[in-house]
Write a protein of this length. Sequence first.
Length: 220
Amino acid sequence: MDIDTLNGLKACTLFKGLADDELIQLMHKVRYRVHVYERGDVLTLAGAPCRHANIVVSGEMSAKLISPSGHVIRMDLHHAGQLLAPAFLFIKDGAYPVTIEAEKTSRVLRIGADDLRSMLQMEPRIAMNLVGILANNIHFLTKKVGLLSMTVREKVAAYIKTEIKRQGSTSITVTMSRQKLADEMGIQKYSLQRCLHELQEEGAIHINGRQMDVVNLALI
């Protein structure tokens, strides 16, 4: 196992509490392969059978819901150390609920369902870590569903307040493009642009490129 793959697995919560030598020995007991995806490459389409545990070793993989009309809602952006839709591996005839594609050059380690079950039996710490991961995923999806039920303005307000808290400042940097931000919120890009323009006209924010200064939080 190369050092980059090992570091990617060490970053994964599934293996929390395992020393390097324990992790290496464990991986020697199962079959796995590391696949490379270039930007735009699709790991799986929504509806495809879920037969592997996929762990992002490096890069970024995006999970998206795509409507028949082509409207995109980005459900999550997975970084190194994260599992991709792990719960569906344990459902009878489980299928991926989302389309997963690479946002940049990425490496993904794939473990077959039977090998993952063997790992869970061999190492109870991994089984407990998986329970924690699934619980966190349920919490995340619950919040995501709540976000999708909001109005455009409520979604933008929630994003701004979250970023103020995360960045520790009312002068925040928007780290993604307008299109990706709109996909994250499940809205059209023009709706996002219009809402930001309205907030700026009202004196709530000032935008300069990707820099956003929150002038009056009470107006948001």
